[in-house]
Structures are given as C-alpha cells and as structure tokens.
Ligand binder design. Structure first.
Ligand code: ZN
Ligand code: ZN
Length: 404
C-alpha cells in the first residue's frame, strides 16, 4: 500500500473508486498517451529517470532546505518532497512510476485495495455459563440475516446482461472532480450506474431469488469455541464465516461472550467466591462440607479451626483455569455466615455457662450499688422507625446549607 492519499500531488479520485467492481477493470483502463512520470522528479529538482542514489541525495539536500523548523522552511513543499522520495526511493514504486506514471501507481493502489476489500463483520452477543468457562465448550448456533452469495445466480444477479446505457458498456465515465476548492478537472471514473461493471440486467432477466443483487439474507451455522478461563465480554472472531458479497473477501463473525450469573459462585478474575451458611456448632467444633464444583465433582472441604462470622477461608487452586494457561487455576474462597440458634432453654444456657470461658452475666461484676438497667432491643428496626418519623413530620424543614 502506498503511503499517500488520493488527493495531493496526484489529484483527487472519486470516492466510489474502491466500491465493488471487476478486478480486470483496471487492466482495461485506457492507457494515456502522455504518461505523467516527471512531476515527482521535478519536485526533487532532478532529471527524470534519475537513479535511486541521486533521488536520495536530492531528498537529503531539499529536506534540509525546506524543513519547517528551519528559517525559510516550507511545510507544504517539505511534504511534497517527502512523498516524492517515498515513491522514487522504493525500487518497486519507482519502476511503476517511471513506466506508467501516477496513473500506474493509482491503479496499483486500487487493485491492492480491491484485493483486501472485505465484507463488514457480522456481530452478535452469546450467553455462556460459568461452567462453560471452567470446562471449555463448543456451542453451535444458527445465525439468521447473514448476507450470502445468491446460489441460483451464483452472485451474478441475473442472466443475459446487457450493456449499461450510462457508460455504453465502457465501465467508465467522464466526471467533473474537485481537485481543490475552485479547481475542477474532468477525470475518468468508474460508472456509478453499473458500479464499473459495464453491464446491467433487464428486469425480466434479473434473478428472481435475489432481485439482481447477487446476494440474499440467509442462515449460517457456526460453532463458537469457548476457551477455558475466557474473560467476560471476550470477542471470539470466526474468520470468513460472515457476510458474503461478490468480488469481496468473506466477512468475519464477531461473537461477544457474556457470562451468565451463577447461582452459587461469583467470579473475580480466576478466583471464585462462594457464600456458605453454617451452624454455630459447625463454626465452633469444625467443618466437614461437601461442595459441588464447576467440573461437576463433589469435593470435601474440612477444617478444625473455629470459623468467625463473615470470615473467608480459601481452598487453593479450586478456582477457574487461567485463560490461555489452563493448567494454572485460581483459588476458591468461601465466606461464612454463621446461623445462630433462635432460642435456647435455661438448661442449655446453664450448660453453656459451664463450658464456655468469659465473664458470667449473672455475677454483676461485684458492684455493691444497684445500677439502672436497660433492655437491649433490635438495632435495625429502631433505625427504620426513626427514618419513617422524619419523612412523616411535615414541620421538619430540610437544611440546605449552613453559613458560618
Ligand atoms: Zn440471484
Ligand atoms: Zn455503466
């Protein structure tokens, strides 16, 4: 690909130049009698067909002279010098320019564009489970409304094409093109009516299936690979499985994976978090837990430690496999809720007082005078009641600001 745009020293080219058209179109491009292959040499102030060493020397001298940072420098001139050097110091580009001039370069540029022209990607979202992420999977899916080459006309659009009236089958037309504001020139350009094909179909010869378009919306079966440990929102690209268009490379399918919430596990990177409610007895005397993992196995998680409310304990390497490194696993963290008994009879209480360490609430700490007594109440309910009152009180005026 050449590094300069359509406009510039080579003049402008119409926008639809790179739209769908036959590749052999360029071969038929009428050769101009007067090949313009001197302009770039003139910019470098050297004779036409000078060798690459001369080009490089001239570029060095002129680039110094016109560099915009220097006194007497000239940005526009400097850019022209750079572009001229870019073509003439490249053996392949120089050869084309010397032989066919700027038209040759433009043709080459457009053929290259044509070769790499690809259909737009077909994009979709696809839901997967955390189990898919753990185990890896292949999901089959049928896509609808994918642009396919029409099979009944093989993408031709019809039978017995006739010559386009606009260009008389020549594929090209004369067009007025604006080179710069106020300066229009007549240039040859691909015919916009037949899109440079030179041929159109009469209504009765048009393919009934695709109405002359050469393509239809159809269904495509795809298989989506879900790699182990894949991150959320990951985009799987299926090469060439998407839209088709005559003369274009098949488009890709972009599948954006969306991981559904799991009822049990929460994912953070490669680690898994799991909330487990255990009894007070388990929290004090030791835990023996059976846990279903994401690879459909039951594991036994045990500890003899005392488990405090909301504490988190970790089972090493029972998290998710690492993306692109599936032999390494994250950890599984279990956060414990402790379920306390709702009530205990006096007999049990007496036994607990005997067993557990700590001060005994019936001892009154040896105080000789009587203290005022208060009953502990439910914290949250009181808080809610207070908020309700505030809302209900119409006399309460909200404080907007305080001035000191
Ligand atoms: Zn058709
Ligand atoms: Zn035409």
């Amino acid at each position: 690909m050449f590094g300069f745009p359509f406009s510039g020293p080579f003049g402008a080219f119409p926008q639809f130049m790179d739209e769908e058209m036959d590749q052999d179109f360029y071969e038929q491009f009428p050769q101009q009698e007067d090949v313009d292959n001197k302009e770039l040499y003139e910019i470098l102030e050297i004779p036409p067909q000078s060798d690459i060493a001369t080009v490089k020397q001239a570029y060095k001298t002129l680039a110094k002279k016109y560099h915009p940072d220097r006194p007497g420098g000239n940005q526009q001139k400097f850019q022209l010098i750079q572009k001229a050097n870019e073509v003439l110091s490249d053996p392949e580009k120089k050869k084309i320019y010397d032989k066919q001039g700027k038209q040759g370069l433009l043709r080459k540029l457009n053929v290259k564009n044509q070769q790499f022209k690809k259909c737009d990607p077909f994009k979709l979202e696809h839901k997967i489970t955390l189990k898919d992420v753990y185990q890896g999977a292949y999901h089959k899916k049928t896509l609808t409304n994918v642009q396919r080459t029409c099979e009944s006309c093989q993408g031709q659009g019809g039978q017995q094409p006739s010559n386009c009236k606009s260009c008389k089958g020549q594929k090209i037309v004369q067009m007025l093109v604006q080179v710069q504001p106020g300066l229009n020139v007549v240039q040859q350009a691909p015919c916009p009516d037949c899109k440079g094909k030179g041929q159109i179909f009469l209504k009765e010869n048009e393919c009934k299936q695709c109405k002359g378009a050469g393509r239809i919306d159809g269904e495509v079966e795809i298989e989506i690979p879900i790699e182990k440990g894949v991150p959320d929102e990951y985009c799987v690209k299926l090469y060439g499985k998407g839209n088709q268009k005559p003369g274009y490379e098949n488009g890709d399918v972009y599948v954006y994976l969306q991981i559904e919430q799991h009822p049990q596990y929460i994912r953070k990177g490669t680690d898994l978090f799991y909330q487990k409610t255990i009894s007070l007895k388990e929290s004090l005397t030791g835990l023996n837990l059976e846990l279903e993992t994401l690879d459909d196995k039951i594991i036994n998680v045990t500890t003899n430690q005392i488990i405090k409310p909301n504490s988190i304990m970790t089972v090493k390497e029972k998290g998710l496999p690492t993306f692109k490194d599936e032999l390494h696993f994250g950890d599984l963290h279990i956060q414990f809720n402790i379920e306390f008994p709702t009530q205990l009879n006096q007999n049990i209480k007496n036994q607990i007082v005997e067993i557990l360490p700590g001060p005994n609430s019936t001892m009154k700490n040896g105080n000789t005078y009587k203290l005022e007594e208060f009953q502990l109440g439910e914290f949250e309910k009181h808080l809610a009641k207070q908020e309700e009152n505030e809302e209900d009180d119409p006399n309460q005026i909200g404080v907007e600001c305080s001035i000191f």
